[in-house]
Design a protein around this ligand. Sequence first.
Ligand SMILES: NC(=O)c1ccc[n+]([C@@H]2O[C@H](COP(=O)([O-])OP(=O)(O)OC[C@H]3O[C@@H](n4cnc5c(N)ncnc54)[C@H](O)[C@@H]3O)[C@@H](O)[C@H]2O)c1
Ligand SMILES: [Zn+2]
Length: 360
Amino acid sequence: LKRIRIDASKSYTVAVGSGCVAELGRELKAVAETARVMIVSDDNVYPLYGEKVRKVLETAGYTASQFVFPHGEAHKNLDTYGLLLEQLCAENYSRSDLILALGGGVTGDLAGFAAATYQRGIRFVQLPTTLLAAVDASVGGKTAVDLKGGKNQVGAFCQPSLVLCDTELLSTLPDTEFRAGMAEVIKYGAIGDSELFKLLENTDMETLRKGGDNQLLEAVIARCVEQKKQFVQNDEFDTGSRMLLNFGHTFGHGIEAASGFRVPHGYAVAAGMCIISRAAETRGLCGRETRRRIEALTEKYGLPTGTEFTGEQMLPYIASDKKVSGRQVKLVVTDRIGHAGLVPVNVAELSEWLKDGGVK
Ligand SMILES: NC(=O)c1ccc[n+]([C@@H]2O[C@H](COP(=O)([O-])OP(=O)(O)OC[C@H]3O[C@@H](n4cnc5c(N)ncnc54)[C@H](O)[C@@H]3O)[C@@H](O)[C@H]2O)c1
Ligand SMILES: [Zn+2]
């Protein structure tokens, strides 16, 4: 079991290990000696792991109930959020109780936002079951649901009390979902961890996904969490250095939105990282070898290095992004593997960047 301590406005532990759900009871004791636990999960994940988690909780002396909602981003909305709050209230959950998010980023964001707001805030713990949630969404305290007008448009910063990442739970994840998470893992390597990047170059998805006591996957997730920890501790509320985590995301968001969110987030981010690296290379901001390695690694994990969408289709979404302030957008550029910086770019120049990045 690898333990990582995060010291943000609240301190908490991220524990990563294979089979560590069995230790949930013991880990929870440090958070709440006794409590009722509302397990929040979607209808894919609850049937796989819900009863197992409930048994572990009950064995440790906790009382559990569950809120199961239909899977998918479309249900990360105010309706589901309202139903969850009403159920907490109907079951008389109080501030000494806990919410436990068992699932991917959709579940974590929804459960976290409910925890941030129910009775002005109750504690929550995260049991991520997707690679994306393990390396990104479950750590850092961003919680939100979507509005009809846009993704994550209502939410709160609210750190969890514990994150327990059992790599065994990832074994049932479809390959496409695992790949989508790999895009974020590659991102961490590119912007801040050249050793991780090399490790990914020297292994492959099959090896990473191998069942049993998979120390490699554990190590990879822990490295990503270590890095996210630094960003969260230095810039919890996302006004400065945490923006580097947006590598590939600005153009990626353009692809996602242009596709009507049919291109999964991770696939769009992968393409976004390659597009910006090519554009940066033509401006002398990214080395040729760096760009080549980013493209090669993206390809190696079965992710796209470009997009069918045109600049014209992508631009409106890029220019209206949350990250754009005034007429300027700060693009994240990896200049060499393991190091990235922000490049302020005029919105009017974005179409040139896209063209130079190979977008039609
Ligand atoms: N809070 C943050 O900092 C942060 C960061 C990144 C992304 N996000 C959010 O995360 C969401 C995306 O997360 P996601 O990719 O995990 O999506 P998700 O939660 O929808 O999970 C993807 C799919 O995999 C299924 N699934 C999950 N775990 C499984 C398992 N172990 N076995 C089989 N199937 C499983 C789910 O039911 C779902 O259909 C987005 O809403 C995004 O906004 C939040
Ligand atoms: Zn992302």
